[in-house]
Design a protein. Structure first.
Length: 112
């Protein structure tokens, strides 16, 4: 079992969700986060005053999948989230040691 975690631009969420649904992944967790990488933030002008926005709004998506689906999930997220511009995001894959579905008590792959 694997967790595929992606940090993407907020407006790409629907496209990523549709791409994951198309390959058979039904559940995901989305968290609003802020961060920066090579973008280093940007400057904005508000009421005539310029200020720097150091942390940009992003979405963190987490999907738990069987190990054989992890690469398909990565490919689906990468293709759906890509704009070709700086700040498209990153994808990370982690191993899951143990999983439990709270409602039924199912464990590991059955819990996904």
């Amino acid at each position: 079992m694997k967790i595929v975690m992606a940090v993407i631009k907020p407006f790409k969420l629907d496209e990523v969700r549709e791409a994951l649904t198309a390959i058979g992944i039904e559940g995901l967790t989305v968290t609003e986060v802020k961060g920066y990488g090579r973008q280093k933030g940007h400057t904005e002008i508000y009421r005539g005053t310029e200020y720097t926005v150091a942390f940009l709004p992003k979405l963190k998506i987490e999907v738990a999948v069987n190990a054989d689906m992890a690469e398909k999930a990565v490919e689906a997220i990468a293709s759906a989230a890509k704009t070709g511009q700086i700040g498209d995001g990153k994808i990370f894959v982690f191993a899951i040691e143990h999983a439990v579905r709270i409602r039924t008590g199912e464990t590991n792959a059955d819990a996904l």
